[in-house]
Ligand binder design. Structure first.
Ligand code: ADP
Ligand code: MG
Length: 627
């Protein structure tokens, strides 16, 4: 509890004690009024003040206004009837404030939980100078600097380990609780916590471009993307409050006037009292508070599982997802290729690999990284010029003055080299030097451990269709798809063909069913943004993916897709429960109030009760571990 909440609690207790004490002290007239005003003002002065400010600013229709009018009205009635019954007004204020206190506590607590989960912001980076460590602002560290991360510290900037061995805890980023061992040469991402050994890291990015900054940006902007349900609440409140005020006014005036016209006694007190009760009942607090809180908790729950969702609108889309389309390389497969063979080489095999790896030196495609790794020596970039990457095909570059083309059969055709087909299963990288075919390298990728399970879980979650799109050859594509149990496969696609396929799928599906595309951002960023919802793998690597996607799976684990969908569904269910529950109870109470069956006490109990339940229900969205 913070200071403000403690003060509120004290005000509530003091006011309640005085109110109870006063009921044992006989008093009457003006003295009684003054005595009872004491607890009323202690507990409610801020509400009255806010209502007053609202009236001055001509923004009258909020809950403070409703509470002020209702309680002041009740006091006025008591004065008018000379019965000295002021407890009602005090009690209404008391319960309202208890509700507010509870809600601010619950909201504060869940927000804190969520930010604690996301507590990955590094405050400093260590730089070694003359044998001493100096703490600097991570923003000031230039790319390529050496920083030191001691055990227990967060890695502030993405980089490569140059010295040391340690275990990293990446759970804040990925939800994965297993620690990860790192050695010299390993890439590590910011936001993970160094647990055991001292590490020296050569930074590969600026702080602003590092994983941790990207993620924090995402999370901070997430709540600004409102969902339809939240919009609905805002619109609802804009119409609802004035409508309620007008109805209350009508309730206070029309029946007595009718009575007088028909020649009876007006019964003003009864109807004014009912109108005031009506106002108290009408406060839409439960709704206004619990809906955004549910979404917020849903986003927080997801991020604790390593699923970053960029806005509550995407929770809505995810919940309705019926078709999931996958990219192959890097998404369903590891994207780490091994060289299985070098065939028909017109030069030494080793030399062919060297040419390929050198030509690929600037590409960020998994194939390029794998070729460079297979080559195994550092690449002299001064040997390469004129690098052109033809996405979905390969690269062409000048190496040692020779034009090296390195890619698939389509690329060979495009430059007029006759490719020799290969019978081995795997991805075939053909190479042509100065326009003449020089052989191919057979590489193969491993299917990710979780992929088959991921597809199975999606089906269990009621996903109607799974589709795989790939730029790779048909043979490879079909073997992967059948191994995983994917329903439809499209192969040999260029990045633009992938967009076309997804557009076709979008057209063929029913309107309220949503399509998700899952990719690693390499050659598929346009598709990520074209799908109803783009889910990016490879958050560890590709910035393009984080940017283009709506949902980012921090640990590249395809099993998290069904988890994300389940989290979204749970969150939406909670939202709908709260909407129906809150509006339902409200309507019933409003009718009872208008008929004179519900008095103000009941009204306030109903209001606070509904709010407490709705907030508790909303917080359930945070607990998603077992989904
Ligand atoms: P996927 O759809 O499986 O992710 P891509 O669309 O990224 O595959 O690439 C499709 C094909 O294009 C690859 O299988 C490969 O044959 C070729 N290719 C793409 N980029 C490169 C590259 N940098 N070097 C060699 N071949 C490449
Ligand atoms: Mg890909």
């Amino acid at each position: 509890m913070n200071r403000k909440q403690r003060i509120m609690l004290i005000r509530i207790i003091v006011s309640a004690v005085i109110m109870v004490a006063l009921s044992f002290i006989p008093s009457s007239g003006a003295l009684r009024f003054v005595l009872y005003m004491l607890p009323y003002l202690i507990v409610g002065y801020d509400i009255l003040l806010k209502a007053f400010k609202g009236i001055i600013r001509a923004q009258v229709f909020d809950e403070c206004f409703l509470m002020a009018v209702a309680t002041v009205g009740a006091i006025a009635l008591a004065l008018y009837e000379r019965n000295g019954d002021y407890t009602e007004a005090i009690a209404v204020m008391l319960f309202y404030q208890i509700g507010e206190l509870f809600q601010s506590y619950a909201v504060g607590k869940s927000r804190r939980n969520i930010t604690e989960l996301m507590d990955i912001r590094p405050d400093y980076a260590n730089i070694e100078e003359g044998g001493k460590l100096r703490k600097v602002d991570p923003d000031e560290v230039e790319t390529g600097s050496i920083i030191v991360v001691q055990p227990g510290e967060k890695v502030p900037i993405d980089g490569i380990v140059t010295e040391g061995e340690s275990t990293l805890n990446t759970s804040a980023l990925t939800g994965e609780s297993l620690p990860r061992d790192v050695h010299e040469g390993d890439e590590i991402i910011s936001g993970s916590v160094n647990m055991t050994g001292l590490l020296r890291i050569r930074t590969t990015k600026e702080f602003g471009e590092s994983t941790v900054s990207k993620i924090l940006d995402l999370v901070e902007n997430a709540s600004s993307r409102k969902s339809k349900s939240e919009d609905f609440i805002a619109k609802f409140a804009r119409i609802y409050t004035p409508a309620v005020c007008l109805s209350a006014l009508a309730l206070a005036i029309l029946p007595p006037v009718m009575n007088i016209i028909t020649g009876n006694a007006g019964g003003w007190e009864t109807w004014i009292y009912r109108a005031l009760t009506f106002l108290v009942i009408s406060c839409p607090c439960a709704l206004v508070i619990s809906i955004p809180l549910s979404f917020f908790a849903g986003l927080g729950g997801a991020s604790s599982q390593g699923v970053l969702i960029k806005g509550s609108n995407y929770l809505e889309t995810l919940a309705k997802t019926k078709i999931v389309v996958f990219d192959k390389t890097g998404t369903l497969t590891e994207g780490v290729f091994e060289v299985n063979g070098i065939h028909h080489s017109s030069i030494e095999d080793e030399k062919l690999l060297e040419y390929a790896a050198t030509a690929e030196s600037a590409s960020s495609h998994p194939i390029s990284k794998s070729l460079q790794k297979a080559y195994g020596y550092p690449i002299d970039r001064s040997r390469v010029f004129d690098i052109k990457e033809i996405s979905g095909n390969g690269v062409i570059a000048k190496v040692d003055g020779k034009t090296v083309a390195c890619g698939n059969e389509k690329l060979m055709k495009a430059i007029g080299a006759e490719a020799i087909p290969c019978h081995s299963i795997g991805t075939i990288i053909h190479i042509a030097i100065d326009g003449s075919y020089s052989g191919h390298i057979v590489i193969s990728d491993r299917i990710k451990k979780g992929s088959a399970k991921a597809i199975e879980k999606l089906k269990k979650a009621g996903i109607q269709k799974t589709v795989m799109l790939t730029g790779d050859t048909r043979k490879v594509a079909e073997s992967v798809a059948s191994e995983l149990g994917i329903d439809e496969v499209y192969s040999e696609l260029l990045p633009s063909d992938k967009v076309d396929e997804v557009e076709g799928l979008l057209e063929r599906k029913a309107k309220n069913e949503k399509l998700a595309f899952v990719g690693d951002g390499i050659n598929d960023a346009p598709v990520l943004s074209r799908a109803d919802i783009g889910i990016a793998m490879g958050a560890m690597g590709s910035d393009a993916a984080i940017e283009a996607a709506d949902v980012v799976l921090m640990d590249d684990d395809p099993e998290k897709i069904s988890k994300a969908i389940r989290i979204a569904r749970k969150c939406l269910t909670i939202v709908y429960e709260n909407i129906f529950f809150a509006i339902g109870i409200k309507l019933i109470c409003l009718v009872l109030g208008a008929l004179g069956i519900a008095n103000m006490w009941l009204a306030i109990f109903a209001d606070v009760g509904v709010m407490v339940l709705a907030v508790l229900n909303a917080i359930r969205a945070l607990f998603v571990k077992k989904l």
